[in-house]
Design a binder for this molecule. Structure first.
Ligand code: NAD
Length: 350
């Protein structure tokens, strides 16, 4: 394990992305997003994705110059084609448009399709929350072999389809940001476990024959296994609705209609932005949110060392710790970053 500071890591990640063909601005957007994911404790969506992005650019699956193409009829619904550009760039652009429209109309929906991997979804919810907006995001993944089995199924039929909802900060309480993959774990966490030589908890994975296993390698063999959805039929139901809302409603497609290609990760995201200031009950809203947070957190912890948290707090705690102590990067990921740098003529050394 190597401990690295976030500032030099941002610079190295941005250099590598420029070497791979991104503009300086876009490279900084992507690098900041990835390093902020590491800072937030989500290494699965951190700089460890860079070797994949470099491979996808070389294969012509990710266009490092592409920008969001917007269809806007001036109403509450905007449509954004990510044109296989960096997801972090085109989703940020779509989020900015949705936020602006929600501020004028009270509510807006952005249907983003065809973005390369958009990374950690909480990033977009945090961008909205920072402007005082609540947001809801349904995401699906296509172009990539499916990796999650439906409840009662024995093989993969869709992806880790993340779901995210955030409510902005209220009366000295930070924003509540619930952001998770609808699979028991994100695929990136399986990769991190494999790179670290760790196993996953029982009940998380099935192998290619449909039998339970703790070995992350089953997701990287052919034929491969599957991750199970969280929460039995309930998580499966939410995952499937992500497939429908993000895939069918945006026009980006679902796993059943989009063919897969090695190294492609296409995300579609249906986002809804809400301006709470325009709600009829806006006057008392902040106090209501703050009181609800205080109420749940006052529950005596079952384990005194594990106090009740609300969503978003673990990421804030990780950021404080990793900004101070550095970001841990495992040796395999580090070697992959050095190799990815070499492949585009960039020295990844910090
Ligand atoms: P996770 O299981 O770590 O859950 C994270 C969520 O749970 C956060 O909202 C966190 O604040 C909350 N949380 C954690 N502990 C808590 C506690 N004790 N009390 C209250 N809330 C708590 O997340 P994950 O499923 O591993 O997903 C990780 C990341 O992967 C997410 O950011 C997600 O957006 C991203 N992802 C992206 C894609 C993609 O295609 N782009 C696919 C899958 C996942």
């Amino acid at each position: 394990m190597k401990l690295v500071q976030h500032q030099p890591l941002r610079l190295a990640a941005a250099r590598l992305l420029v070497g791979a063909g991104a503009s300086e601005d876009d490279a900084c957007t992507v690098a900041d997003h990835l390093v902020d994911s590491n800072l937030s404790g989500h290494d699965s969506h951190g700089v460890g994705m860079l070797p994949h992005y470099v491979r996808a650019i070389a294969a012509g699956l990710l266009d490092p110059k592409a920008q969001a193409a917007v269809e806007d009829a001036g109403g509450a619904i905007l449509s954004v084609d990510g044109q296989n550009g960096f997801g972090q760039v085109v989703a940020k652009a779509g989020t900015a448009l949705g936020m602006a429209r929600a501020k004028t109309m009270g509510i807006a929906m952005v249907a983003l399709r065809g973005a390369f991997h958009i990374g950690r979804i909480g990033t977009y919810a945090e961008q909205a929350a920072a402007q005082g907006l609540a947001s809801i995001h349904f995401v699906n993944v296509v172009g990539h072999a499916p990796m999650v089995a439906p409840f009662r199924g024995s093989d993969a039929r869709f992806a880790t389809n993340p779901f995210c909802v955030a409510v902005p900060a209220a009366a000295d309480h930070p924003a509540v940001v619930l952001d998770f993959a609808t699979s028991l774990v994100a695929l990136g966490k399986v990769r991190v476990a494999l790179n670290k030589g760790e196993t996953l908890p029982e009940g998380t994975l099935i192998d290619a024959t449909g039998q339970g296993t703790t070995d992350p390698a089953v997701m990287y063999t052919d034929p491969r296994g599957a991750i199970l959805p969280f929460g039995l039929h309930k998580g499966y139901g939410l995952a499937f609705l992500c497939e429908l809302l993000a895939g069918a409603f945006t026009g980006g497609g679902t796993v059943s209609t989009v063919p897969y290609e090695k190294d492609r990760i296409t995300n579609n995201m249906l986002s809804i932005f809400i301006d709470p200031a325009q709600l009829p009950g806006a006057a008392g809203l902040e106090a209501q949110v703050a009181a609800a947070i205080d109420h749940v957190k006052a529950s005596p912890p079952a384990d005194p060392d594990l106090p009740v948290l609300v969503a978003g707090e673990p990421e804030l705690a990780h950021r404080a710790q990793r900004r101070a102590e550095g970001i841990p990067i495992d040796t395999t990921t580090w070697e992959q970053l050095i190799e990815a740098g070499k492949s585009v003529g960039v020295d990844f050394a910090l």
